[in-house]
Design a protein around this ligand. Sequence first.
Ligand code: ATP
Ligand code: MG
Length: 568
Amino acid sequence: MVEDNASTAATAPVDFIRAIIEEDIATGKHAGRVATRFPPEPNGYLHIGHAKSICLNFGVAAERRGTCNLRFDDTNPTKEDVEYVEAIKEDVTWLGFEWSALFYASDYFERLYQFAVELIRESKSYVDSLTADEIREHRGSLTEPGRNSPYRDRSVEENLDLFARMRAGEFEDGGHVLRAKIDMASPNLNMRDPALYRIRHAPHHRTGDQWCIYPMYDFAHPLSDALEHITHSICTLEFEDHRPLYDWLVNNLIDGDRPQQIEFARLNLNYTVMSKRKLLQLVQQGHVSGWDDPRMPTISGLRRRGCTPESIRNFCSRIGVAKKENVIDVAQLEHSVREDLNRRVPRVMAVLRPLKVVLTNYPAGKVEEVDVINNPEDPAAGRRKVPFSRELYIEREDFREDPPKKFFRLSPGREVRLRCAYFIKCENVVKDAGGNIVELQCTYDPSTRGGDAPDGRRVKATLHWVSTVHAARAEVRLYDRLFSVEDPERAPEGKTFLDHLNPSSLEILRDCPVEPSLLTAAPGTRLQFERIGYFAVDPDSRSGSLVFNRTVSLRDTWARIAQKVDSA
Ligand code: ATP
Ligand code: MG
């Protein structure tokens, strides 16, 4: 499984959850077992926040030779779909994890029903016939205790009968609910007789029309944990106030070893949104091309963008696990991605905004094969040949007719190196009638073959290039942050997070010359375009109509922009 953190058992625990687990093993709690689960609701695709939870749940289990289940929390039939189930499985696998067992909360519907009957028998639960509004009104508030429902003291027999008839479909949605009988005066609102079952005449993607009552998440979750003999039920902080109910249910219904709930702070990232409801809105309203749009914080989006599973796991382990909410800078994720790609991907030459260079003293029709190292970070990656000829493309921004002070790249009369090829010198700038630069006429120095001058003279810049006649053509999709503000959810009165969408989050460049070796690059291939950034071949790509996604730029341009703004 995840090799890099598979054996931390001998060292100090790296976070408070691992410390709890170590303590539990030492004291023999749960008989020394570690059993966790990752419990997504199949109502959307997984995002980078889920990756944090996945790395934690699967990670601690692997470190302790325990188990981690994948369990779909499919208790809400109207929002869930098999498409999501399949996507979630694919994403967990892609991240590098293997579940010990695969379950669905819906597998337990019959047993959950029996648990509910047991509570009724013990007078710990009752069928309430108030309307939803009345129930809300009886619940009280943070400052006021709630009031008992007039139906709270129904007899066990009446409750059993009503609950059976709820199941049999005799009542409309909302006609009755099954509630736990706990304490309407509890300071914790979750303990004021929470709903356990509701009527919902809706088909379920797995159980079809078998059920018209569905368990509430707060009821199904702890009991599903118990049925799977989970030891540590790790969840995010918003469930802290639900823990007394979790404990109430397992204490009342489960004998022997009971699961314990432990909460940690969810991952928040700036410049994005992470609620599935909002991500769904982006997809449904066409603000992005789908759940796997490379600008989305989804696992499938990050994959399509070119991120590696290792970089996401490294990021999750770097940000750590704590109990206090904070916001992580997306630059940290980009850093992990960059660092991993730097080690593993080959460098190639591609020109995004081409400017033609003609080497006036280079023989027409001559072609040389220039020898290039694929990845200086990885000798095993080998070398390749790149064709060089009289006409080349360079990056338009690598030339300035009137260079400012610190601009060391090409300008009239100046000499620069073409990567692994020759020194060239700009002799003449050719313009069209409108004054636009259409071509540079340069000379090359044949003695500098390979990129070094035998007389020891130096140049201050090395440019990437592509031979015009040999170039393959590609569409290049440049992605930027989907939102232009750090916290898109904090929108002013009358606005929504959608008002903060970054209008230039996608720039598409067409017909970019790229070196011919890329002509057959398969979808998913990851590369560095020299001096530009990391790119991945998009699934839309075909030989002959290549498409590249920019995964991440070479450096953090946003940090530089921020610096400029700060120092201005
Ligand atoms: P919603 O977006 O509707 O609030 P959710 O993100 O909580 O849903 P679930 O499918 O319930 O979606 O999440 C599965 C698991 O992932 C849960 O245990 C949840 O606590 C965890 N999780 C969800 N979001 C994050 C996050 N941002 N950081 C860490 N863990 C998360
Ligand atoms: Mg949730």
